[in-house]
Design a protein around this ligand. Structure first.
Ligand code: SAM
Length: 352
């Protein structure tokens, strides 16, 4: 998955062809329109207040694609809280995307920095946010064979891909398998995403006080590893067509899997963040978008219609609204608004 998506020359994300939006391979909440970023900006403005108005207020985004979300957030923040001295950091290793982001964000250039890796950032106060980043992090595929978990490897033989199953190789995977147990049907196949602990240790070094907002599709652990979900969650996307074979059109299709939000929250907790909220995207946007919606209603013109339609798409229960979830974890301050979900730790199946 790592090679298919991120190989410098042949990886899916190496090609300049658009990935996100109508002309690409898949739709994201960002590509629906500016409503998503505008509502997130309202949330950020509150967080800025809750943190005691830090100056600068650092916003770190990873997986920013062409900078559209950054543009929508920065534009709205400037209207909402012009007195906020924000700085937007984008983590982007690919040069072609860096150029696209600089171009899109030219009007904010004084307040934008683009870094190839997060490791250059330290001790910031503010927010780390991502939309559909974690689902693009590579996974290992495992399968229960004769009562034993086996790990999938892809080998190349005479120019063809060949699947082979071997004993799990890394301590991280071995330890996860022990916690998962073997109470599943024969040939049950699923995924495990390695490296989240080490990734969030870097995020925690960059953001020493603030909020992590993760938006992605997925479920808490018992839903992810539901005995009925016997073929895992891996999906491929090309020209808006969904598939399940990652060995087809390698480097030309996206490969993604759902997020185990229990694993994600635990990785953040391990680095000092506390779960504040975990809720479906529809509820998150409806709750934090109240002021934005009210403003839209009070000054309604025919030009407001696209924003209303975007909001409906983003919150539709059969589409992005319930499939996507938002996890918020905080460190060094307490968000003033109570969580939307009662007992988010319980929902995430994490002992308090
Ligand atoms: C599914 S796309 C989402 C794009 C965008 N956030 C949106 O919602 O439209 C996933 C993005 O994550 C980026 N990505 C994956 N791993 C990354 C990493 N280690 N560092 C920076 N970006 C990464 C990919 O390059 C890609 O732009």
């Amino acid at each position: 998955m790592e090679t298919a998506l991120y190989h410098e020359e042949h990886g899916y994300y190496a090609s300049p062809a658009p990935k996100v939006g109508k002309k690409g391979d898949f739709i994201t909440s960002v590509s629906v329109g500016a409503a998503f970023g505008k509502i997130l900006a309202h949330r950020l403005a509150h967080i800025w207040e809750d943190q005691g108005r830090p100056s600068p207020f650092s916003i770190i985004e990873m997986g920013a694609d062409r900078g559209d979300l950054a543009y929508d957030i920065c534009t709205e923040l400037n209207t909402l809280v012009p007195e906020c001295h924000w700085h937007y950091h984008i983590i982007e290793p690919r040069e072609e995307s860096q150029l696209a982001q600089s171009k899109k964000l030219k009007i904010f250039q004084e307040s934008i920095s683009i870094h190839p890796t997060i490791e250059t950032l330290h001790g910031l106060e503010g927010v780390f946010l991502s939309n559909e980043l974690i689902d693009a992090f590579p996974v290992e595929i495992i399968q229960l064979q004769q009562g034993q978990w086996m790990q999938l490897f892809i080998e190349v033989e005479n120019g063809h891909f060949r699947k082979t199953w071997k004993q799990p190789t890394t301590p991280e995977l071995q330890s996860f398998i022990t916690t998962l147990g073997t109470d599943f049907s024969p040939d049950y196949t699923t995924e495990f995403r390695p490296g989240l602990d080490s990734f969030f240790s870097k995020v925690a070094a960059a953001l020493t006080r603030g909020l992590i907002i993760t938006v992605d599709y997925g479920f808490p652990r018992s839903h992810f590893y539901d005995p009925k979900r016997s073929e895992g969650t891996l999906q491929t996307y090309q020209n808006h067509q969904r598939g399940t074979d990652p060995l087809e059109a390698v480097g030309r299709q996206d490969i993604t899997t759902h997020v185990d939000f229990t694993q994600l929250a635990n990785a953040q907790i391990k680095h000092g963040f506390q779960v504040h909220d975990f809720t479906a995207q529809a509820r998150f946007l409806t709750h934090h978008g109240k002021a934005w919606l009210l403003q839209l209603e009070q000054h309604f013109t025919p030009q407001s219609l696209p924003s209303v339609q975007q909001f409906q798409t983003l919150t539709h229960p059969d589409f992005l609204g319930s499939k996507f979830h938002v996890l918020e974890t905080a460190k060094g301050f307490l968000p003033s608004s109570p969580p939307i979900t009662n007992g988010p730790l319980e929902v995430l199946e994490i002992p308090s």
